[in-house]
Write a protein that binds this ligand. Sequence first.
Ligand SMILES: [Cu+2]
Length: 157
Amino acid sequence: MKIKLFAGLAILGLLVIILGTAGIAQASLSAGPGQPYTIYVTVKEFKIWVDTPIIPAGVPIRFVVNNQGVLAHEVIMEKLGADDASLKGVEIHPEAGKENHAEIESVSANSNKSDIWLVNDPGSYQLACHVTGHYQAGMVTPITACYDLRSCPHNQN
Ligand SMILES: [Cu+2]
């Protein structure tokens, strides 16, 4: 009985290590074969943060938004300093009949939503929530797009 319990705990421990390692790998900018780069964006009242503020220009990127708050939020990508002027024509799979723009709208509490965007121009951008009052309350974070991620001058604003 004790041996079985020990074996069970050992397997559990191993699983925790394996899953933990996968979590770490997921948290960095990475792309598998045929897979877009993935950026993880977390939102809550009233903050936005990203797992990396530097993104590759000219490469499709999946933005995965996780809402850890209690209110619905949205994530819009726009030029640094803009106020509700989402980038146009960047969606890889635009919804039929809808505008092609960098907006992930209506992310409800405790849920995820994602979209794949291709940003061709290197430069300074921001991710912001433009639900009324949220941007003003601090829901904005700068990100920088570069062709060469190793020499990307990220401006923290
Ligand atoms: Cu918001």
